[in-house]
Design a protein around this ligand. Structure first.
Ligand code: ADP
Ligand code: MG
Length: 237
């Protein structure tokens, strides 16, 4: 479903190599947890996978659904069914979440009326514990850390990606919200068969999700951890 082979990535502006020869694979419906200390390159890896122009792929391949994607634009990757929820979600001035979601759906060739988009978002907002007209607000603008994270999940649920990358989703979320989102992600996975790549410091967000693999970034390379053992208090935070 998704594979990274020998990936070497540098930060474009200073050509500093952050990741060296990274390899991993995620099968359909699998959840992979990416660990690593602050600054170990987790966000860099997710950004490079999504085509963030701040990063440059020096070597290696990224494959999604049998296709090499490292030369596609971020939008092209999104259209194929990839999604990245940012560690620090951006603020989009003057554009509501509803409009962003509608544009995303139309780009996928789905003809959706504005009220249909709104109804879908409203139902999911309720699940996330967000206020009724939240999706009409400027996307990200003036939102608290936790609201920004929920807003990312709101967009994910509407766009229905097959491969969801969630970067430090639980930072800024209270325990109750993290538990709620864990259940929402588990339900989404059951409904769609989607795969997940998650970086997280908090196990609450993983509570309801079955974790298939755990890997850790150390010194720019990936170390495979013992599968579920590491997550069940194996002493490898
Ligand atoms: P993590 O997500 O694991 O905490 P990051 O991928 O955010 O780590 O960062 C890895 C290293 O790369 C850090 O030293 C960070 O300062 C640096 N870095 C990441 N992105 C940029 C950028 N756009 N410009 C300069 N340095 C960057
Ligand atoms: Mg990070």
């Amino acid at each position: 479903m998704f594979r990274v082979s020998d990936l070497t990535v540098a930060i474009k502006k200073n050509q500093q190599v952050m990741l060296r020869g990274v390899n991993f694979e995620i099968l359909p419906g699998e959840t992979l947890i990416l660990k690593g200390k602050n600054g170990s390159g987790k966000s860099t890896l997710l950004g490079a996978i999504m085509g963030d122009p701040r990063y440059e792929i020096l070597e290696g391949e990224i494959e999604f659904l049998g296709q090499e994607i490292q030369n596609l634009s971020t939008e092209g990757r999104s259209l194929l069914g990839m999604f990245l929820s940012f560690q620090t979600p951006p603020e989009v001035n003057g554009v509501s979440t509803t409009e962003i979601v509608r544009t995303g759906l139309m780009e996928r060739g789905e003809k959706v009326r504005l009220d249909e988009v709104r109804n879908g978002l409203m139902a999911n907002q309720k699940l996330l514990g967000l206020p009724m007209f939240f999706m009409e607000r400027e996307c990200g603008v003036g939102m608290s850390g936790g609201e920004k994270k929920k807003n990312e999940i709101l967009q994910m649920l509407a766009l229905k990606p097959k491969f969801c990358m969630l970067d430090e989703l639980d930072s800024g979320l209270d325990m109750e919200s993290a538990g709620k989102i864990s259940q929402i992600l588990a339900d989404y996975k059951k409904e769609t068969g989607a795969s997940f790549l998650i970086t997280s410091h908090n196990l609450r967000i993983l509570e309801k999700l079955k974790v298939d693999k755990v890997v850790e970034l150390v010194g720019g390379g990936l170390k495979v951890m013992d599968e579920r053992g590491a997550m069940n208090g194996g002493g490898t935070k």
